[in-house]
Design a protein around this ligand. Structure first.
Ligand SMILES: [Fe+2]
Length: 287
């Protein structure tokens, strides 16, 4: 069995639902994750090297400094495909969790395969791995596709080790390393529908923040206060962005099916915990 591929029929009664807490469910979130992605511990590639944390540990620094961060918010629409029918989304049948793209294309349903084939035209092919994540989700009005509506970036340099514990935390995202360090991961994302579109910041955002952060709460508060120009991802579009692109999930404006696909180009190898498949694709509902 390949845990990165989920083949099963979809129906509205089968849609997994959990209470919205706002606490996480992004990869690299702060929520305890017994059923989460496990990262290969051995190799730290330059793209994911926590250089700030390394410097703190080497110098015995015990307090976290602030720095001036500018998020360039690279985001552009690469393609707009025909909006699929609701039945077509529901019947597509196969979703992926950190699946290599060639395998995903071979195993995908017809709708997903068309999107993946379009995505291949826009790949940079400058990283070691190209992974596909996808979800087919049924939303009632107000449902959220992930358990957070915070402004955040994908693929942050998240560390859980003794260096982090020495600073009094369980997890820290090395934001300075991501902003000042090696080229971040790059992404292509597709979402099928008008009723639940990810929101992307479309202009640079400059702010002062800690070099290491335990979660995205404070960054979200600052970005909301700055209220930068942003765009809702168009229906059935493929957009390009990277690990410095601020974006956030929004609640569904109406009921309906949505196909979401993300392609990640990264040097960082992902190893899966099989049980993640159990919770992947859950929607989050306010009580
Ligand atoms: Fe994200």
């Amino acid at each position: 069995m390949n845990d990165a591929i989920v083949k099963r029929p979809r129906s509205i009664p089968d849609q997994k639902i959990a209470a919205f807490t706002g606490e996480g469910a992004y990869h690299g979130s702060t929520k305890p994750r017994p059923q989460a992605v496990q990262v290969a511990p051995a190799v730290v590639v330059e793209e994911m090297r926590p250089t700030t944390l390394e410097a703190y540990a080497a110098a015995g620094v015990r307090s976290i400094a602030d720095f001036e961060a500018t998020f360039p918010n690279r985001y552009d629409v690469r393609a707009i495909l025909p909006v699929p029918a609701q039945d077509e989304i529901m019947a597509d049948g196969v979703t992926f969790c950190w699946c290599h793209i060639d395998e995903a294309i071979a195993e995908a349903g017809p709708l997903t395969r068309r999107v993946l084939e379009e995505m291949t035209k826009h790949l940079r092919r400058d990283k070691r791995f190209v992974y596909i994540d996808s979800k087919i989700q049924w939303f009632e009005q107000g449902d959220v596709p992930v358990d957070s509506r915070h402004w955040h970036v994908d693929g942050s340099i998240a560390v859980r080790d003794e260096r982090v514990q020495a600073l009094g935390h369980r997890l820290l995202h090395d934001m300075r390393a991501r902003l000042d360090g090696a080229a971040p991961p790059t992404y292509l994302a597709y979402q099928s529908s008008t009723h639940c579109a990810t929101q992307f910041a479309t202009a640079p955002v400059a702010l002062r923040m800690p070099e290491l952060i335990p979660n995205f709460d404070e960054l979200d508060r600052q970005v909301r206060a700055l209220d930068p120009p942003c765009e809702a991802q168009p229906a059935s579009s493929i957009v390009g962005f990277d690990g410095l692109s601020l974006h956030r999930a929004v609640a569904a404006r109406s009921a309906g099916w949505r196909l979401w696909i993300r392609c990640t180009e990264t040097d960082h190898e992902i190893r899966l915990n099989p049980s993640i498949v159990e919770c992947y694709g859950t929607v989050f509902r306010h009580g």
